[in-house]
Design a protein around this ligand. Sequence first.
Ligand SMILES: Cc1ncc(COP(=O)(O)O)c(C=O)c1O
Length: 324
Amino acid sequence: MQGAFCTCSIAARLSPIGLDPPLYLAEYHGELCQEESMSRIVYVNGEYLLEEEAKVSIFDRGFLMADGVYEVTSVLGGKLLDFAGHAARLQRSLSELEMAAPVDMDELLSIHRELVTRNGITDGMIYLQITRGNPGDRDFTFPDPATTPSTIVLFSQSKPGLAENPAAKQGIKVISIEDIRWGRRDIKTVQLLYPSMGKMMAKKAGADDAWMVEDGHVTEGTSNNAYIVKNGKIITRHLGNEILHGITRAAVLRFAKEAQMVVEERPFTIAEAKQADEAFITSASAFVMPVVQIDDAKLGTGKPGPVATRLREIYLDESRKAAI
Ligand SMILES: Cc1ncc(COP(=O)(O)O)c(C=O)c1O
């Protein structure tokens, strides 16, 4: 689209909600003007801003203490996948850390939708970050929420063709690494240093991701839940404080049971995983992704297995149908 003929504008994309008629809603079909394509519209504490203009304080506790939580919701065909699940987990993360929700869940949904529209997202992700705010100085103890409101930031990532990721056709390779994270992995906090290190270890080893192992048993992937398949049975670690309660995991296990597949929720060792017929991971952005190699062990035929392939199809079909 040529800038000269373009009917959308930064002003329209930044306009407060409720001004009518919102030009960007009528004219915006997912393509950005060339001169605007670099700048996203993001949401910070009640305002829609150009990403260059969005700021949080150097005293924000997210920055100083990793005192914050986050969520990631995928968008396919301009619609949000399993928003209710992500909103429910967000509320749980906030309450486990005694943090107040800065907006109610209806408003959160409308902010997600605004970002989809204002950024012309067809396929991609909406990230939501909430921290314990800016108390004005550095201190270990939590500030009083009455005087220090939380910081809330949302931003989009455009990933055209997200569901057609070619990696799903060939499968990914993982390495195993020790799980040295803290003991409340069920809370989705912004403490992502070890997962980042794990991804770097994988990259250096020529792999795509890492599965973390504690007391000989696989906990999860750096940013996903881990599964193996043996004799048609799907095995994945049970829920607890040791893993994040994946929203995709919950949906995939439900679909698997509906399709009469056998699911066993229990710990499995890395040795058992290497002997599996197939393996896969799940996450909001990878959906169901086959794993074809663990360390030096190739699984099954070395190609994505039938269970992972079928679950990916079912998950994508059902999630698109239910998207809002
Ligand atoms: C450590 C970890 N486990 C599991 C998941 C998968 O969760 P979900 O399916 O809700 O994306 C993630 C997602 O970010 C994660 O970071």
